[in-house]
Design a protein around this ligand. Structure first.
Ligand SMILES: *Cc1c(COP(=O)(O)O)cnc(C)c1O
Length: 354
C-alpha cells in the first residue's frame, strides 16, 4: 500500500478470485468455467478481419448484442443492459441503487463473495442474512423486508435454487425496492425469472456468458429489467467506462446467442455428469447438496474440507475451498467433462482409501 490511498479504502477487503496456478497442469475444477470450447460460430467470427477492426472503438450502445439478447428472451433492446462480465453489472448496480436508508441492501450471508465487497467499496448500508440449517435461502427472511435484495439463484457456492414462484413472492412483496437476481448458473437446471421482468419494474435479472456460454475469458454479462432500471445502469456506465465491452467480445457474444442450441445442449451434458458424480460421491459417504448448477458442494465426515482440497491438489485436481467457519467442511467442485470427473473421483477414492 502506498501513502496515497484514499482513507476510505484502508480497511477494504478485496475479492479473491479462485487460483489460476501455472506451476503444473491441473484438472481445473475450481472456478466454474465450462469444460467445452465456444461454438464454431464464435471461433470463426474472431478472425483476421475482426482483429483489423480493433483500430475502431466498439459501439458504446452495444446495439447488435442487446438486440440479439432481447430477441432470445422476447424483450426489447431497452430491457437489456450488457457489460464487461456480470461482475461489472453487479458493480454498476451497487453504484446505482445501493446506499443508506431506503437504499440499504440485504443478501445471504453465504453467497457470491463479491456482493459484500461492492457493499464495502461503496459504503453501502447492508445486512447479511444467515442461510437456513440446510444451507438454503429461506424466502420468509426476504418477504416484505423493505430493503434492496441481492440473491444468487441458484445460490453459490451451495448450488441450491429457489423456484420461480418463490422468487416472485419476494419480488411482489417488496414493490418499492430493487430485487436483483443473479442467475449466473440458471441454465444448468433452475427456473429463470427473466419472464417476470415484464410484470415487475423492481426486478433485475443478471446473467453471464462466463459459465453456460463458455466465454469466461471474453468478459461478458447482461441484465434484463424494466426500461427505467436499464436506463439507470446506462447512466452509470456512460459515467465510468462507455466502451466497457471490446469489439471481439461483442462479436463473440452475438455469435454465441445465434448458437444458443449448442450451449444449451452442453448444459444438459454437464447436468447429466453432475447427477452421476453426485450419486457416486453419495455412495462413498459424502453429503452432496442438491445442485442446480455446474458445480457441486460436498463434504465427507471422514476428512476436513481444507485437507481434502490439499490432497486433491497434490494429485493435480484443483477444487475450491472456502475458509468460512460454517462451510469449511465443504469443497466446491466444478463439473467438467466425464473424463475429468473420473480423474477427480479416482483421486477422491485414493485419498479416502476406498
Ligand atoms: C461467476 C459468477 C459471477 C461473475 O461472472 P462474470 O460474468 O464472469 O463476471 C457472478 N455471479 C455469480 C454468482 C457467479 O458465480
Amino acid at each position: 500500500m502506498s501513502r496515497f490511498l484514499n482513507d476510505r479504502y484502508l480497511s477494504l477487503k478485496e475479492y479473491v478470485p479462485g487460483e489460476q496456478p501455472r506451476d503444473m497442469k491441473y484438472v481445473k475444477l475450481n472456478t466454474n468455467e465450462s469444460p467445452f470450447p465456444p461454438s464454431e460460430g464464435v471461433v470463426d467470427a474472431i478472425n483476421a478481419d475482426s482483429v483489423r477492426l480493433l483500430k475502431l472503438y466498439p459501439d458504446p450502445d452495444c446495439s447488435e448484442l442487446r438486440e440479439k439478447i432481447a430477441g432470445l428472451f422476447g424483450y426489447g433492446k431497452e430491457n437489456v443492459f450488457v457489460a464487461n462480465g456480470s461482475d461489472d453489472i453487479l458493480n454498476f448496480s451497487f453504484m446505482a441503487f445501493c446506499g443508506a436508508d431506503s437504499h440499504s441492501v440485504v443478501f445471504p450471508e453465504i453467497s457470491y463473495g463479491f456482493y459484500k465487497v461492492y457493499a464495502d467499496l461503496y459504503g453501502v448500508d447492508y445486512t447479511e442474512i444467515p442461510l437456513a440449517q440446510d444451507f438454503s435461502v429461506d424466502p420468509e427472511d426476504y418477504i416484505g423486508i423493505g430493503k434492496n435484495i441481492v440473491i444468487a439463484n441458484p445460490n453459490a457456492p451451495t448450488g441450491l435454487a429457489l423456484d420461480r414462484a418463490t422468487v416472485e413472492r419476494i419480488v411482489a412483496s417488496n414493490p418499492d425496492n430493487l430485487v436483483l437476481v443473479d442467475e449466473a448458473y440458471v441454465d444448468f437446471g433452475a427456473e429463470s425469472c427473466v419472464g417476470l421482468v415484464g410484470k415487475y419494474d423492481n426486478l433485475l435479472v443478471v446473467r453471464t456468458f462466463s459459465k453456460s456460454y463458455s466465454l469466461a475469458g471474453a468478459r461478458l454479462g447482461f441484465a434484463i429489467g424494466s426500461e427505467g432500471l436499464i436506463a439507470d445502469l446506462n447512466k452509470i456506465k456512460f459515467s465510468t467506462n462507455p466502451y466497457n465491452i471490446n469489439r471481439l467480445s461483442m462479436i463473440a457474444g452475438c455469435r454465441a446467442i445465434e448458437d444458443n442450441m449448442y450451449y444449451m445442449n452442453n448444459c444438459k451434458i454437464i447436468a447429466r455428469t453432475r447427477r452421476r458424480v453426485t450419486e457416486e460421491l453419495r455412495n462413498i459417504g459424502f453429503e452432496v447438496l442438491d445442485s442446480k448448477t455446474n458445480f457441486i458442494f460436498a463434504r465427507t465426515p471422514e476428512m476436513g474440507g481444507e485437507e481434502l482440497y490439499a490432497e486433491l491438489k497434490k494429485r493435480g485436481v484443483l477444487v475450491r475451498h472456502f475458509a468460512r467457519e460454517s462451510i469449511k467442511d465443504f469443497n466446491r467442485i466444478t463439473i467438467g467433462t466425464d473424463d475429468e470427473m473420473n480423474v477427480f473421483l479416482r483421486a477422491v477414492k485414493e485419498i479416502l482409501g476406498k
